[in-house]
Ligand binder design. Structure first.
Ligand code: SAM
Length: 327
Protein backbone atom coordinates (compact mmCIF):
# COMPACT_ATOMS: atom_id res chain seq x y z
CA UNK A 1 0.00 0.00 0.00
CA UNK A 2 1.21 3.53 -0.76
CA UNK A 3 1.02 5.95 2.15
CA UNK A 4 2.41 9.48 1.89
CA UNK A 5 4.29 11.46 4.52
CA UNK A 6 0.99 12.93 5.79
CA UNK A 7 -0.52 9.48 6.30
CA UNK A 8 -2.75 9.71 3.24
CA UNK A 9 -3.37 6.54 1.31
CA UNK A 10 -2.49 6.90 -2.37
CA UNK A 11 -4.71 4.58 -4.35
CA UNK A 12 -5.65 6.71 -7.37
CA UNK A 13 -3.32 7.10 -10.36
CA UNK A 14 -3.97 9.60 -13.11
CA UNK A 15 -2.01 8.35 -16.06
CA UNK A 16 -1.51 10.59 -19.09
CA UNK A 17 -0.94 8.58 -22.26
CA UNK A 18 0.00 11.47 -24.53
CA UNK A 19 0.48 15.22 -24.33
CA UNK A 20 -1.08 15.78 -27.77
CA UNK A 21 -4.60 16.99 -28.25
CA UNK A 22 -6.76 17.64 -31.29
CA UNK A 23 -8.46 20.62 -29.62
CA UNK A 24 -6.79 23.87 -28.60
CA UNK A 25 -8.85 24.97 -25.59
CA UNK A 26 -7.74 28.51 -24.89
CA UNK A 27 -7.50 27.99 -21.10
CA UNK A 28 -5.25 24.95 -21.64
CA UNK A 29 -2.76 25.94 -24.33
CA UNK A 30 -1.88 28.58 -26.90
CA UNK A 31 -3.42 28.30 -30.39
CA UNK A 32 -0.17 27.03 -31.86
CA UNK A 33 -0.01 24.28 -29.20
CA UNK A 34 2.91 23.66 -26.88
CA UNK A 35 6.29 22.06 -27.52
CA UNK A 36 4.89 18.55 -27.73
CA UNK A 37 7.16 15.71 -26.64
CA UNK A 38 9.14 13.72 -29.22
CA UNK A 39 7.73 10.25 -29.77
CA UNK A 40 10.61 8.47 -28.05
CA UNK A 41 10.13 10.62 -24.94
CA UNK A 42 6.65 9.18 -24.54
CA UNK A 43 6.06 5.87 -22.84
CA UNK A 44 5.34 3.08 -25.30
CA UNK A 45 2.08 1.26 -24.81
CA UNK A 46 3.99 -1.75 -23.41
CA UNK A 47 5.67 0.55 -20.88
CA UNK A 48 2.31 2.01 -19.88
CA UNK A 49 0.94 -1.53 -19.41
CA UNK A 50 3.92 -2.51 -17.28
CA UNK A 51 3.82 0.68 -15.24
CA UNK A 52 0.10 0.23 -14.55
CA UNK A 53 0.66 -3.35 -13.47
CA UNK A 54 3.40 -2.29 -11.05
CA UNK A 55 1.25 0.51 -9.62
CA UNK A 56 -1.72 -1.81 -9.11
CA UNK A 57 0.66 -4.20 -7.37
CA UNK A 58 1.46 -1.30 -5.02
CA UNK A 59 -2.17 -0.80 -4.03
CA UNK A 60 -3.50 1.53 -6.72
CA UNK A 61 -7.12 0.49 -7.29
CA UNK A 62 -8.24 3.33 -9.54
CA UNK A 63 -6.58 4.49 -12.75
CA UNK A 64 -7.82 7.41 -14.78
CA UNK A 65 -6.54 7.56 -18.33
CA UNK A 66 -6.03 11.11 -19.47
CA UNK A 67 -3.79 13.21 -21.69
CA UNK A 68 -3.62 15.29 -23.95
CA UNK A 69 -6.48 13.56 -25.62
CA UNK A 70 -6.17 9.82 -24.84
CA UNK A 71 -7.91 8.75 -28.06
CA UNK A 72 -5.37 10.47 -30.31
CA UNK A 73 -3.21 7.50 -29.35
CA UNK A 74 -4.09 4.81 -31.85
CA UNK A 75 -2.91 2.02 -29.54
CA UNK A 76 -4.91 3.19 -26.52
CA UNK A 77 -7.19 0.15 -26.57
CA UNK A 78 -4.17 -2.13 -26.04
CA UNK A 79 -3.63 -0.44 -22.69
CA UNK A 80 -7.32 -0.45 -21.77
CA UNK A 81 -7.54 -4.17 -22.58
CA UNK A 82 -4.59 -4.80 -20.29
CA UNK A 83 -6.04 -2.68 -17.49
CA UNK A 84 -9.29 -4.61 -17.64
CA UNK A 85 -7.39 -7.80 -16.73
CA UNK A 86 -5.57 -6.38 -13.70
CA UNK A 87 -6.77 -7.90 -10.47
CA UNK A 88 -7.25 -5.30 -7.75
CA UNK A 89 -7.94 -2.49 -10.23
CA UNK A 90 -11.55 -1.70 -9.37
CA UNK A 91 -12.02 1.45 -11.34
CA UNK A 92 -10.80 2.34 -14.82
CA UNK A 93 -11.87 5.84 -15.77
CA UNK A 94 -11.18 8.00 -18.79
CA UNK A 95 -11.14 11.76 -19.25
CA UNK A 96 -11.74 12.73 -22.86
CA UNK A 97 -12.90 15.56 -25.08
CA UNK A 98 -15.21 13.01 -26.78
CA UNK A 99 -14.19 13.94 -30.32
CA UNK A 100 -12.66 10.57 -31.22
CA UNK A 101 -14.26 8.13 -28.77
CA UNK A 102 -17.19 7.13 -31.04
CA UNK A 103 -15.75 4.01 -32.72
CA UNK A 104 -14.46 2.68 -29.40
CA UNK A 105 -17.72 2.86 -27.44
CA UNK A 106 -18.76 -0.79 -28.05
CA UNK A 107 -15.39 -2.17 -26.92
CA UNK A 108 -15.22 0.11 -23.88
CA UNK A 109 -18.54 -1.38 -22.88
CA UNK A 110 -17.31 -4.91 -23.43
CA UNK A 111 -14.26 -4.21 -21.29
CA UNK A 112 -16.53 -3.06 -18.47
CA UNK A 113 -15.15 0.50 -18.47
CA UNK A 114 -17.93 2.63 -17.06
CA UNK A 115 -16.64 5.98 -15.90
CA UNK A 116 -16.11 8.57 -18.58
CA UNK A 117 -15.53 12.26 -17.93
CA UNK A 118 -16.29 14.43 -20.93
CA UNK A 119 -14.91 17.94 -21.09
CA UNK A 120 -17.58 20.30 -22.41
CA UNK A 121 -17.18 23.94 -21.56
CA UNK A 122 -20.20 25.29 -23.39
CA UNK A 123 -23.62 24.17 -24.52
CA UNK A 124 -23.73 26.88 -27.14
CA UNK A 125 -21.97 25.80 -30.31
CA UNK A 126 -20.31 29.14 -31.07
CA UNK A 127 -19.01 29.47 -27.54
CA UNK A 128 -17.65 25.92 -27.65
CA UNK A 129 -15.90 26.58 -30.96
CA UNK A 130 -14.45 29.85 -29.72
CA UNK A 131 -13.00 28.16 -26.61
CA UNK A 132 -11.74 24.99 -28.29
CA UNK A 133 -10.64 26.78 -31.50
CA UNK A 134 -11.99 23.81 -33.45
CA UNK A 135 -15.40 22.96 -34.95
CA UNK A 136 -16.09 19.66 -33.22
CA UNK A 137 -19.23 20.60 -31.29
CA UNK A 138 -21.67 18.25 -33.03
CA UNK A 139 -19.34 15.25 -32.73
CA UNK A 140 -18.72 15.93 -29.05
CA UNK A 141 -22.37 16.48 -28.24
CA UNK A 142 -23.50 13.38 -30.15
CA UNK A 143 -20.85 11.20 -28.51
CA UNK A 144 -21.79 12.57 -25.10
CA UNK A 145 -25.45 11.67 -25.55
CA UNK A 146 -24.49 8.28 -26.97
CA UNK A 147 -22.29 7.52 -23.95
CA UNK A 148 -25.16 8.42 -21.60
CA UNK A 149 -27.64 6.35 -23.63
CA UNK A 150 -25.27 3.37 -23.61
CA UNK A 151 -25.32 3.45 -19.82
CA UNK A 152 -21.86 4.83 -19.05
CA UNK A 153 -21.45 6.77 -15.85
CA UNK A 154 -20.80 10.13 -17.50
CA UNK A 155 -19.62 13.31 -15.86
CA UNK A 156 -19.24 16.57 -17.72
CA UNK A 157 -16.31 18.82 -16.83
CA UNK A 158 -17.13 22.48 -17.41
CA UNK A 159 -14.52 25.08 -16.44
CA UNK A 160 -16.09 28.40 -15.43
CA UNK A 161 -14.18 30.93 -17.52
CA UNK A 162 -14.75 34.59 -16.87
CA UNK A 163 -16.15 36.45 -19.92
CA UNK A 164 -16.24 33.26 -21.93
CA UNK A 165 -18.82 30.67 -20.92
CA UNK A 166 -20.47 31.52 -17.60
CA UNK A 167 -23.64 32.49 -19.50
CA UNK A 168 -23.87 28.74 -20.34
CA UNK A 169 -23.89 27.50 -16.73
CA UNK A 170 -27.69 27.56 -16.38
CA UNK A 171 -28.39 26.48 -20.00
CA UNK A 172 -26.16 23.39 -19.70
CA UNK A 173 -28.00 22.39 -16.52
CA UNK A 174 -31.31 22.95 -18.32
CA UNK A 175 -30.31 20.68 -21.23
CA UNK A 176 -28.77 18.05 -18.97
CA UNK A 177 -31.69 17.92 -16.53
CA UNK A 178 -33.20 15.22 -18.76
CA UNK A 179 -30.16 12.97 -18.46
CA UNK A 180 -28.60 10.90 -15.66
CA UNK A 181 -25.34 12.80 -15.81
CA UNK A 182 -23.28 14.85 -13.39
CA UNK A 183 -22.26 18.30 -14.57
CA UNK A 184 -19.19 19.44 -12.67
CA UNK A 185 -18.14 23.08 -12.70
CA UNK A 186 -14.45 23.63 -12.14
CA UNK A 187 -12.55 26.70 -11.12
CA UNK A 188 -9.98 27.71 -13.72
CA UNK A 189 -6.38 26.89 -12.82
CA UNK A 190 -3.27 28.73 -14.02
CA UNK A 191 -2.00 25.91 -16.27
CA UNK A 192 -2.42 27.18 -19.78
CA UNK A 193 0.95 26.79 -21.42
CA UNK A 194 2.16 30.15 -20.12
CA UNK A 195 -0.17 32.23 -22.28
CA UNK A 196 -1.56 34.05 -19.24
CA UNK A 197 -0.83 34.07 -15.56
CA UNK A 198 -3.23 34.89 -12.69
CA UNK A 199 -3.32 34.87 -8.89
CA UNK A 200 -7.05 35.10 -8.36
CA UNK A 201 -10.27 34.15 -10.10
CA UNK A 202 -13.71 35.73 -10.17
CA UNK A 203 -15.65 32.56 -10.78
CA UNK A 204 -14.75 30.63 -7.67
CA UNK A 205 -16.88 27.84 -6.23
CA UNK A 206 -18.93 30.23 -4.14
CA UNK A 207 -19.83 32.44 -7.08
CA UNK A 208 -20.68 29.40 -9.18
CA UNK A 209 -22.93 28.04 -6.44
CA UNK A 210 -24.64 31.41 -5.81
CA UNK A 211 -25.26 31.74 -9.52
CA UNK A 212 -26.87 28.29 -9.75
CA UNK A 213 -28.81 28.77 -6.53
CA UNK A 214 -30.30 32.04 -7.74
CA UNK A 215 -31.86 30.13 -10.63
CA UNK A 216 -32.72 26.93 -8.77
CA UNK A 217 -33.56 27.63 -5.11
CA UNK A 218 -34.41 23.97 -4.45
CA UNK A 219 -30.95 22.47 -4.19
CA UNK A 220 -29.92 19.66 -1.86
CA UNK A 221 -26.31 18.99 -0.92
CA UNK A 222 -25.34 15.35 -1.42
CA UNK A 223 -23.02 13.12 0.58
CA UNK A 224 -19.74 12.64 -1.29
CA UNK A 225 -16.90 10.17 -0.80
CA UNK A 226 -14.16 11.48 1.50
CA UNK A 227 -11.63 11.73 -1.31
CA UNK A 228 -14.01 13.45 -3.72
CA UNK A 229 -12.80 16.77 -5.13
CA UNK A 230 -16.32 17.88 -5.99
CA UNK A 231 -19.02 19.15 -3.69
CA UNK A 232 -22.16 17.62 -5.14
CA UNK A 233 -25.76 18.78 -5.30
CA UNK A 234 -29.13 17.74 -6.62
CA UNK A 235 -31.59 20.14 -8.17
CA UNK A 236 -35.22 19.23 -7.63
CA UNK A 237 -36.69 17.68 -10.77
CA UNK A 238 -33.35 17.06 -12.50
CA UNK A 239 -32.43 13.49 -13.44
CA UNK A 240 -28.74 14.01 -12.73
CA UNK A 241 -26.67 16.00 -10.29
CA UNK A 242 -24.15 18.79 -10.41
CA UNK A 243 -20.88 19.35 -8.63
CA UNK A 244 -18.43 22.16 -8.03
CA UNK A 245 -14.70 21.52 -7.95
CA UNK A 246 -12.68 24.17 -6.10
CA UNK A 247 -9.57 23.37 -8.10
CA UNK A 248 -8.10 26.85 -7.61
CA UNK A 249 -9.34 27.42 -4.04
CA UNK A 250 -8.02 23.98 -3.06
CA UNK A 251 -10.19 23.03 -0.12
CA UNK A 252 -9.80 19.30 -0.75
CA UNK A 253 -6.05 18.73 -0.37
CA UNK A 254 -6.36 17.17 3.10
CA UNK A 255 -7.84 13.98 1.66
CA UNK A 256 -5.81 13.84 -1.56
CA UNK A 257 -5.30 10.23 -2.66
CA UNK A 258 -3.84 10.97 -6.10
CA UNK A 259 -0.64 10.57 -7.95
CA UNK A 260 -0.09 11.74 -11.50
CA UNK A 261 2.30 10.28 -14.05
CA UNK A 262 2.69 12.21 -17.28
CA UNK A 263 3.06 10.70 -20.74
CA UNK A 264 6.78 11.39 -20.62
CA UNK A 265 7.18 9.77 -17.20
CA UNK A 266 7.11 12.74 -14.84
CA UNK A 267 5.85 11.86 -11.38
CA UNK A 268 3.62 14.67 -10.13
CA UNK A 269 2.48 14.55 -6.52
CA UNK A 270 0.53 17.81 -6.68
CA UNK A 271 -0.87 19.79 -9.61
CA UNK A 272 0.61 22.97 -8.15
CA UNK A 273 4.16 21.66 -8.01
CA UNK A 274 7.03 20.63 -10.23
CA UNK A 275 7.48 16.96 -11.11
CA UNK A 276 9.23 15.03 -8.35
CA UNK A 277 11.19 12.79 -10.73
CA UNK A 278 11.02 11.12 -14.11
CA UNK A 279 10.43 7.40 -14.61
CA UNK A 280 11.05 7.03 -18.33
CA UNK A 281 14.67 5.92 -18.16
CA UNK A 282 13.89 3.87 -15.06
CA UNK A 283 11.29 1.99 -17.11
CA UNK A 284 13.97 1.38 -19.76
CA UNK A 285 16.65 0.24 -17.33
CA UNK A 286 17.30 -2.86 -15.18
CA UNK A 287 15.27 -4.17 -12.22
CA UNK A 288 12.31 -2.17 -13.45
CA UNK A 289 9.80 -3.30 -10.88
CA UNK A 290 11.85 -2.66 -7.76
CA UNK A 291 13.31 0.55 -9.16
CA UNK A 292 9.87 1.95 -9.98
CA UNK A 293 8.57 0.99 -6.56
CA UNK A 294 11.51 2.69 -4.87
CA UNK A 295 11.10 5.88 -6.90
CA UNK A 296 7.37 6.06 -6.27
CA UNK A 297 7.84 5.56 -2.53
CA UNK A 298 10.45 8.28 -2.48
CA UNK A 299 8.13 10.68 -4.36
CA UNK A 300 5.16 10.19 -2.09
CA UNK A 301 7.39 10.39 0.96
CA UNK A 302 7.90 14.13 0.43
CA UNK A 303 4.48 15.40 -0.56
CA UNK A 304 3.30 18.84 0.47
CA UNK A 305 0.29 18.92 2.72
CA UNK A 306 -1.62 21.28 0.43
CA UNK A 307 -1.46 22.79 -3.02
CA UNK A 308 -0.65 26.17 -1.44
CA UNK A 309 2.37 24.74 0.34
CA UNK A 310 3.47 23.12 -2.90
CA UNK A 311 3.00 26.35 -4.84
CA UNK A 312 5.24 28.21 -2.36
CA UNK A 313 8.05 25.81 -3.20
CA UNK A 314 7.43 26.24 -6.91
CA UNK A 315 9.07 29.63 -7.31
CA UNK A 316 7.93 31.44 -10.44
CA UNK A 317 4.86 31.44 -12.65
CA UNK A 318 3.29 28.28 -13.97
CA UNK A 319 4.45 27.80 -17.52
CA UNK A 320 3.12 24.32 -18.04
CA UNK A 321 -0.07 23.28 -19.75
CA UNK A 322 -2.65 20.89 -18.45
CA UNK A 323 -2.18 18.91 -21.66
CA UNK A 324 1.19 17.71 -20.29
CA UNK A 325 -0.08 17.16 -16.75
CA UNK A 326 -3.35 15.40 -17.57
CA UNK A 327 -5.76 17.56 -15.57
N1 SAM B 1 -8.27 15.75 -23.56
C1 SAM B 1 -8.97 15.30 -22.41
C2 SAM B 1 -10.10 16.23 -22.08
O1 SAM B 1 -10.34 17.16 -22.83
O2 SAM B 1 -10.78 15.99 -21.09
C3 SAM B 1 -8.10 15.02 -21.20
C4 SAM B 1 -7.00 15.99 -20.88
S1 SAM B 1 -7.53 17.56 -20.30
C5 SAM B 1 -5.99 18.38 -20.05
C6 SAM B 1 -8.09 17.13 -18.68
C7 SAM B 1 -8.95 18.15 -17.98
O3 SAM B 1 -8.15 19.26 -17.63
C8 SAM B 1 -10.10 18.68 -18.82
O4 SAM B 1 -11.32 18.49 -18.15
C9 SAM B 1 -9.76 20.13 -18.95
O5 SAM B 1 -10.92 20.92 -19.03
C10 SAM B 1 -8.96 20.40 -17.70
N2 SAM B 1 -8.14 21.61 -17.78
C11 SAM B 1 -7.25 21.95 -18.73
N3 SAM B 1 -6.72 23.16 -18.49
C12 SAM B 1 -7.29 23.61 -17.35
C13 SAM B 1 -7.17 24.81 -16.59
N4 SAM B 1 -6.37 25.80 -16.95
N5 SAM B 1 -7.92 24.92 -15.46
C14 SAM B 1 -8.74 23.91 -15.08
N6 SAM B 1 -8.90 22.77 -15.76
C15 SAM B 1 -8.19 22.62 -16.89
Amino acid sequence: MLIDNHNRKINYLRLAVTDRCNLRCNYCMPSEGINFAEKDSLFTIEELCKLSEIMVGQGVDKIRITGGEPFVRKDLMVLLRKLSTLEGLNDISITTNATLIGPYIPELKTLGIKNINVSLDAIDKNTFERITRRNQYDTVYNNLIRLIAEGFNVRINFIALENQNTQDIIPILEVMKHYPVSVRFLEEMPFNGGSKSFNSITWDYKKILDHIQSEYPEITKLESPKTSTSINYKIKGHKGTFGIIPSFTRTFCGSCNRLRISATGDVITCLYGKPRMNLREVMRGDNVESEIKGHILKSIGSRSKTGFEEQEKYDGIFENSMTSIGG
